[in-house]
Design a binder for this molecule. Structure first.
Ligand SMILES: [Cu+2]
Length: 280
């Protein structure tokens, strides 16, 4: 917890310029997107954001507010049912803060997930019978940035994937993060939570969903952008979170008709164990 707090404070103090919260690309604007987890049909809490002298009450699953670039946004969370699902932490681009309130300096697109106690999905793999020599856990940092798109936190077992549609304009823009036809493979361990920070940087609608090679519906609940057949409009973003609950080989595909057959998909693998990785 001390390490988590230190990381959280480091992120807050870093503000702009190189920290995970920052983006030098001001052409995409500055905003804070809050993803509030739910259990069944009810949200596990509410979030209030205060910025520029105004307060915003977040009551929906995914909420985005525009914030002036360089401005501060202070977020506070309250649990809907503290006895069952108490507030536990914030997740900010791979960093975790246990504080009840979070202040971020916004210099780009910032996504924040308030943490509430959520029932975990049990891993399907059987435990190893007798542990041999294992490395000391304290020697391994919990928060790891794999590349410019994927980071993870081994303590909270969360993966964050920045999924850009159509940038750079490989394959006539029909790509994710510049890769098409399975040229990128993101692997996560079974049972981990994956948050996909989707941004359509192309000039036509695109979407993203975790599907099988022949499927058109998400293999995990919530593993798709809204209305994936119609797609998300150019310049718009969408964040979704799902639990990678089943080992297997899947695709992250664009379901706008014709796009996946034209190569707009990358590979997504759920492994029985290990740590997340990206293979290019
Ligand atoms: Cu598409």
């Amino acid at each position: 917890m001390v390490l988590g707090l230190a990381l959280g404070l480091a992120v807050l103090l870093a503000g702009c310029g190189g920290s995970p919260l920052s983006s030098s690309d001001t052409s995409v604007g500055c905003s804070v997107t809050v993803l509030i987890p739910s259990s069944g049909n009810s949200l596990l809490g509410t979030v209030t954001a205060t910025t520029g002298g105004r307060s915003y009450q977040f009551r929906r699953n995914i909420n985005t507010i525009a914030v002036g670039c360089g401005a501060k946004a202070t977020l506070s969370a309250s649990a809907a049912d503290p006895t069952v699902h108490p507030f536990t932490h914030w997740t900010v681009s791979g960093a975790v803060s246990p504080a009840q309130t979070l202040t971020v300096t916004v210099d780009g697109l910032v996504s924040v997930q308030p943490g509430f106690l959520v029932p975990k999905v049990a891993p399907t793999s059987s435990p190893t019978p007798s542990p041999k020599v294992t490395p000391t856990p304290s020697a391994t940092p919990s928060s790891v940035t794999l590349d410019q798109w994927v980071s993870y936190d081994s303590t909270t077992k969360t993966v964050t994937w920045k999924l850009l549609a159509g940038s750079p304009a490989v394959n006539h823009g029909l790509n994710f993060d510049g890769y098409d036809q399975g040229a990128m493979t993101v692997t996560v361990p079974v049972g981990w939570s994956v948050t996909v920070d989707f941004s359509n940087q192309a000039s036509i609608n695109h979407s993203a969903a975790v599907v099988t090679a022949t499927g058109t519906t998400p293999v995990f609940p919530g593993a798709e952008t809204p209305s994936p057949l119609a797609g998300t409009a150019p310049g718009q973003t969408a964040i979704f979170t799902f639990t990678a609950s089943q080992v297997g080989s899947y695709r992250m595909s664009c379901l706008v008709p014709g796009h996946e057959p034209a190569g707009m998909w990358v590979s997504f693998t759920v492994a029985a164990g290990g740590l997340p990785n990206v293979h290019l």
